[in-house]
Write a protein that binds this ligand. Structure first.
Ligand code: SAH
Length: 361
């Protein structure tokens, strides 16, 4: 007999969102149902935001019951749901094996952007990031990635539409491409979420081989590369996984991607006071990026409890920005949306886990 602990609900049935087409096509055929049923189910999931098979009224009661017995629609449960005054909402989800992940909905004028995770924890070890502090637990499945999108979709009001997806949550997306790509297919398909590929951004720490694979797969999505340092020595300190990967290699792959996609590249740079935020660093960064068609996305460090780093002062931030702009670089300074609800990568999960362990202590 298998016993399930409260954290470890055992899922006996396949997760429908893992391979919607494959699971449904075979199953529907075996049950004497037409292929149009799959279209109806997709419509209920992605357009009508159904939360249960029972809501899919066109299917008929027997079929709904059979589907519910055969497939699970949701495998996660919502541990926390936080909302900020600026409209940002964040979900902390528990997975069937007890792991936790975060995903976020950001509202900005008419934009509705969702930020999703690809791994439980992260193995990249960027020194300032909460997600990687305890290392990598595991990759998320395709279904778990799609599920985040559907859960966030269901937070929207009836007049709101999802417009953008950013793969900037917990984990390194390019270390889980096998499961991410089918999930992004669901995001971009007309009979999925219908979000055009140019409104989907994948953020990577800069892994050359999978960057090439993403290019070979059609370079459909926007690419953002997390640099955080303008020279090799400093980058090795801030991004330990980059020890064996040179900035030149990363930039070469990014350029290749740009050549194929024609989409403006983004380079992310988290500003850490006294570490990478001097005017000299800004000059060096501008020289490194040179004449690329690129956007510099400069992100002031969002404090993580237990880490020694500080957010630079407003004047240091402004100086950094002006230097980059004087060099002709397009710059966006990410305003710190969602700070109040720990929207930076991995922070809500960390705080919750810390609270749980202090309760246990
Ligand atoms: N692994 C991928 C995607 C996840 S991190 C990557 O490295 O790009 C997404 C972005 O959030 C990265 O640019 C990362 O550097 C940034 N980030 C992580 N922790 C942060 C913090 N505490 N403050 C500000 N930005 C942070």
């Amino acid at each position: 007999m298998t016993l399930a602990t409260p954290q470890q609900k055992i899922v006996r049935v396949p997760h429908l969102l893992n391979a919607i087409d494959d699971s449904l096509a075979t199953w529907l055929k075996e049950h004497g149902q037409g292929a149009y049923r799959a279209t109806q189910i997709r419509h209920w999931l992605f357009v009508r935001r159904a939360s249960d098979f029972q809501e899919m009224t066109e299917l008929g009661q027997t079929l709904r019951n059979e589907l519910a017995a055969e497939f699970s629609l949701w495998t996660t449960s919502i541990v926390r749901h936080t909302q900020a005054d600026d409209g940002t909402e964040k979900l902390l989800l528990a997975l069937t094996d007890g792991g936790q992940i975060e995903c976020v909905l950001l509202r900005d004028e008419v934009r509705r952007t969702i930020c999703i995770s690809t791994q439980v924890g992260c193995g990249m070890g960027c020194v300032f990031c909460a997600s990687g502090l305890d290392g990598l637990e595991r990759n998320l499945t395709t279904g778990e990635i799609v599920e985040q999108m559907l859960r966030l979709l269901r937070l929207l009001g009836p007049d709101e539409r999802l417009s953008h997806v950013v793969v900037m949550g917990m984990g390194e997306p390019l270390a889980n491409l096998d499961n991410l790509l089918p999930a992004l297919d669901e995001a971009s398909r007309e009979d999925g979420l219908g979000i055009s590929a140019r409104r989907i951004t994948i953020s990577t720490v800069g892994l050359p081989k999978p960057m090439r694979r993403l290019a070979d797969a059609g370079a459909r999505y926007r690419l953002a590369v997390s640099l955080h340092a303008p020279n090799e020595a400093l980058r090795r300190e801030i991004v330990p996984v980059g020890e064996k990967i040179s900035l030149a290699e990363i930039l070469a792959e990014a350029d290749h991607y740009f050549d194929l996609s024609g989409r403006q590249l983004t380079f992310e740079y988290v500003l850490l006071a006294g570490i990478n935020d001097s005017p000299e660093h800004a000059h060096e960064l501008a020289r490194l990026l040179g004449r690329r068609t690129a956007l510099g996305n400069v992100i002031p460090f969002n404090p993580v409890s237990g880490l020694p780093y500080r957010t630079p002062s407003t004047s240091a931030r402004q100086t950094f920005r002006h230097v980059l702009e004087d060099h002709g670089l397009a710059v966006r300074f990410r305003h710190k949306k969602g700070d109040a609800i720990d929207a930076a990568c991995g922070q809500l999960r960390r705080r919750t886990l810390q609270q749980i362990s202090s309760l246990k202590a």
